[in-house]
Design a protein around this ligand. Sequence first.
Ligand code: ADP
Ligand code: MG
Length: 348
Amino acid sequence: MAGLTLKNICKSFGDLKVLDDISLQLEDGELLVLLGPSGCGKSTLLRLVAGLESQDSGEIFLGDRRIDHLLPRDRQVAMVFQNYALYPHMTVRKNLAFPLKVAGIGRTETEQRITRVAGMLGLTDKLRQKPGQLSGGQRQRVALGRAIIREPSLFLLDEPLSNLDADLRARMRLEIVKLQKKLSTTTIHVTHDQAEALTMADRIALLCDGKLVQVGTPEDLYRNPNSIYVAEFIGSPRMNIVEAAVRENILTPFGLPVAEYYLESEGAGLKVGLRPEAIEIKAGGEFRAVVNSCEYLGEQYVVGLAYGDTQLVVSGNRKPYQPGDLVTFTFDAENLMFFSSADGTRLR
Ligand code: ADP
Ligand code: MG
C-alpha cells in the first residue's frame, strides 16, 4: 500500500504540450477522480504513471520509491482501459490467471486468488465462459478482476464505464467505490463525466488543456470553484454566468447592494455566477422575468428565464411553465459568486 506523488510532470507530443507542470499527491488508499473534457491529457497522465509513456520532465513516486524509470511490470501498478482489452479466445478463468502467470505466481496461489476475486466480482459462475459470451458489464468486471488479482499498490482506471449504458454505469460506479474501499488501494479513476466524478471521488482533480485547474473534494469544487471554468464544469445544469458591473455599491443586473470587498473591481468588467438550483420561481419574488423554455426531466422541470437582457436557467421546479409566462423569482444573495471577466478567476 502506498500513496502516489507526481512532481512537475511535463509531456509534449511534437509541438503539442499535452501536460504542463502537473504536481499532485494521492494519500494511501485514496480514490482520486481525474476529470476533464476529451483531449485534455487524462489518458496521457495515466499512461505516464503506468510506464506506457515517458515524461519529458518531472518525477513520479509510489510511496517513497521513485518509479518513473522502471519498466511497467516493475511498478506495482495495474491499469484498466475503456475497451476492456480482454483476450477473446481465453476463458474468464484464463483471463484472470494470465497476469499471475506472467508474474510467475504458482498454481495454488493462482487458484486461491481467482476464487477470491471471482467471488468479489460476482463472476464465479462465469469462469468457464469466454468474453464474447458475457454482457458489457460482466466484461468490465473481468477487466477489473484482472487488475485486482495482481494485488497492485495502485489502480489506474481509464474511463472504465464509458462503454456501458446509463443504468449499468450508475450501478458500476457504486461497485467500484465499494471495491476500492474494501481493498484500500490508491486509485486514479479517469472520466469526462462530472456526475461520475461527484459520486465517486474522495477528491477530484480537474484538468483543462494539460493543466490542473483545481483539486479538492467534490463539495469543494461544487461550493468553492476557483474559476468560471470549474464553476461551469461541475454541476448540472451548468451554473448561470452573467455579465455584471458594480457602480456605487450596486450590482447590475439584480440591483443588489454589494459588499465592500468587491469594490476593487468597481467599474471594471465582472461576471457573476448563480447555480440554477439556487434560484426559486415563486409568487411575490423580488425579480420579474419571462419564461423562455421549460424542459421536463421527470423529477423536475428546468426553466429558462429572461430577466431583462439576462438569461437564467432555474432547476428544481415542481411544476411546468409555458413560454411567455410572466413569473417572479428570488435567490439568496449569498449564493452569488464573483469572477473576473478578464481571466475567469474567482474574486473573493
Ligand atoms: P484525454 O484522455 O483527456 O482525452 P489524451 O491524453 O488521450 O486526452 O490526449 C491529449 C492530447 O494528446 C490529444 O490532443 C491527443 O491527440 C494527443 N496525443 C495523445 N497521445 C498521443 C501520441 N501518442 N502522439 C501524438 N499525440 C498524442
Ligand atoms: Mg482518454
